[in-house]
Write a protein that binds this ligand. Structure first.
Ligand SMILES: CC(C)(COP(=O)(O)OP(=O)(O)OC[C@H]1O[C@@H](n2cnc3c(N)ncnc32)[C@H](O)[C@@H]1OP(=O)(O)O)[C@@H](O)C(=O)NCCC(=O)NCCS
Length: 164
């Protein structure tokens, strides 16, 4: 897929993902940095935004429920390339993929004070949800298992978007 300003979104197979670690180094610290690197190696789908052959952003995607629920695990853009619409291109591409595979809803969790991240998700129609709200739809036990898969930790807020 080709977007504005010559940005191309490509799949990154497992063996080629180490080239993206630089973006994570610039974007996360501490536990999140360690966990994002581990997730980068293991997760089912990673897409990168490429500019002139160089990766400038990435998104890591996971299916929580086959054919119904998707999860955006991590999204990050190189510091110098932020606020140019690259995060939005990556997220829009992810939403198209989830839709293609039949997802009816997509979740993401962000730190409660991560303004940039919440603004990005809000710009694509994500809104805050809660354990109680998710339980109403999926049941309490199932929601506990979903929260575990999403690794939602204290201080984070869960965001949700329904896909028409
Ligand atoms: C969050 C992040 C991926 C956003 O990427 P980006 O390419 O800069 O985002 P975009 O330029 O596509 O902006 C998308 C929307 O978010 C808004 N936004 C982006 N950065 C913002 C900021 N710092 N403050 C407020 N709003 C911001 C934009 O205005 C835009 O909204 P609009 O479409 O309504 O105008 C980037 O800041 C980043 O890599 N942060 C570090 C990693 C991180 O925290 N990831 C999220 C948790 S996994």
């Amino acid at each position: 897929m080709t977007g504005q300003d010559g940005i191309e979104i490509v799949d990154v197979p497992v063996g080629k993902r180490s080239s993206l670690e630089r973006i994570l180094d610039e974007s996360f610290e501490g536990w999140y940095l360690m966990h994002s690197k581990r997730t980068l190696r293991d997760i089912e789908l990673v897409k990168a935004a490429m500019s002139s052959g160089e990766p400038v952003g990435l998104i890591m995607l996971k299916t929580l429920e086959v054919g119904s629920v998707g999860y955006v695990y991590y999204i990050a853009v190189s510091k110098k390339q932020r606020k140019r619409g690259i995060g939005k291109l990556l997220l829009e591409d992810a939403l198209r993929i989830f839709k293609k595979y039949g997802a009816q809803e997509v979740f993401a969790s962000v730190e409660g004070d991560n303004e940039a991240s919440e603004a990005l998700f809000a710009s694509e129609g994500f809104t805050r949800t809660s354990f109680g709200e998710v339980s109403k739809k999926h049941g309490k036990l199932h929601t506990v298992s979903m929260y575990n898969s999403m690794r939602v930790v204290p201080g984070e807020v869960l965001l949700r978007k329904e896909i028409a």
